[in-house]
Design a protein around this ligand. Structure first.
Ligand SMILES: Cc1ncc(COP(=O)(O)O)c(C=O)c1O
Length: 355
């Protein structure tokens, strides 16, 4: 697939410089077509019968396998969630933490992780996102390190595998800003969340949770999909593997739409995304912008506007057909650069920033 062919899959890119995958990725045409086909089928034939149920389970199996292979996991280790937040809640509820337990996290986490951390009942230890500081915060009471692979604020990459090795403490990785943007290997960590709607360009409310050892985490939030049989009082036999954590029904259209989005991804996606993100940082720096350049970085590019409110910059860029966002409370504006981003997109961004 050439770059032009790959990019042509996204109609929104014909209109605007869409630099928003950190929130929602651009949707490929084929994703919407797959969703519409499933909905047309539901409309015509109803949502009933063994053919319907078999199709739904087949789609679940296929999505599980595709997401597993994307992050070098086994399909048996993948639960189908609706979001990263779902995945964090499943892990933290299942670990049965209490006030004597500590969880180490960083100052730069999204509420999708820290909300569930707070609700877990453990003592949440918050430190700056620096590997040595994270390691130094581990005590004999630490039950979990819970951090992003890529920080949503600055695009900094945290060495999640090294932290796991150095501390021996289980690691929950929020993969919302890494899976689909950079190469991710779930084998190095205990728990990894996936958001399907961001860098994978899938529909809303699709995602996954990879659990290295599913049988060792309690099913704290069972759904109908968790069990192969149950008693009248609710005692149940969970399915083998991580499907026991599947929290809910996922519409067949969303599953088919996510598969189509995964098909849209060219082989060269990670190399190109890294190159374009680097180009974006260089071009913005040349305009005099105060660009955040972490030593280890992914595809989010943030800068601190000088003498102008971040919201004002975002609105001015939107008027010029450039979609970026501000990050409330940080003073930062963030552009999400994907494998689909063109040089013209970056030129439009830079022209808009320079005013
Ligand atoms: C680092 C990070 N974690 C979690 C989330 C929430 O993701 P989801 O909507 O899939 O729960 C986001 C969304 O922006 C994020 O950037």
């Amino acid at each position: 697939m050439t770059f032009e062919e790959a990019r042509a899959q996204f109609p929104v890119l014909e209109r605007v410089a869409y630099l928003n995958a950190g929130s929602f990725g651009p949707l490929p045409r084929a994703t919407i077509e797959a969703m519409q086909a499933e909905q047309a089928r539901d409309l015509r034939y109803g949502r009933a019968g063994s053919a319907y149920i078999d199709r739904m389970f087949d789609l679940r199996t296929e999505v599980r396998a595709r997401l597993a292979s994307l992050v070098s996991a086994d399909p048996e280790q993948v639960a189908l969630t609706g979001s990263t937040t779902d995945g964090c809640n499943i892990v933290l509820a299942g670990l049965d933490l209490g006030p004597e337990d500590e969880v180490v996290t960083t100052t730069d986490e999204h509420f999708g992780l820290i909300g569930p951390l707070h609700a877990s009942g453990a003592r949440v230890v918050v430190v700056p996102p620096d590997p040595e500081t994270i390691t130094g915060a581990v005590t004999p009471r630490t039950r979990l390190i819970a951090i992003s692979h890529v920080l949503w604020t600055t695009g900094q990459v945290l060495p999640v595998d090294e932290l796991r090795r150095a501390t021996g403490v289980p690691v929950l990785v929020d993969g919302a800003q890494s899976v689909g943007a950079i190469v991710v290997d779930a084998r190095a960590v205990d728990f990894l969340t996936i958001s399907g709607q961001k860098w994978l360009c899938g529909p809303d409310t699709v995602g996954a949770l990879v659990v290295a050892e599913p049988e060792r985490l309690r099913v704290a939030r069972p759904s109908y999909f968790s069990q192969q049989r149950h008693e009248p009082d609710g005692v149940f036999d969970p399915w083998p593997g991580a499907r026991r954590f599947d929290p809910t029904w996922v519409p067949p259209g969303s599953l088919a739409g996510l598969l189509a989005a995964l098909d849209a991804k060219p082989e060269w996606c990670f190399e190109r995304a890294a190159t374009m993100a680097e180009q974006c940082r260089e071009l913005l720096t040349e305009t005099g912008a105060d660009v955040v350049v972490p030593a280890q970085r992914a595809t989010l590019v943030s800068w601190r506007p000088q003498g102008e409110e971040p919201e004002t910059v975002v609105a001015r860029l939107a008027a010029a057909g450039v979609v970026v966002r501000d990050l409330p409370g940080t003073g930062l504006v963030r552009a999400s650069v994907g494998w689909w981003t063109s040089e013209e997109d970056l030129e439009r961004l830079v022209a808009g920033v320079a005013g």
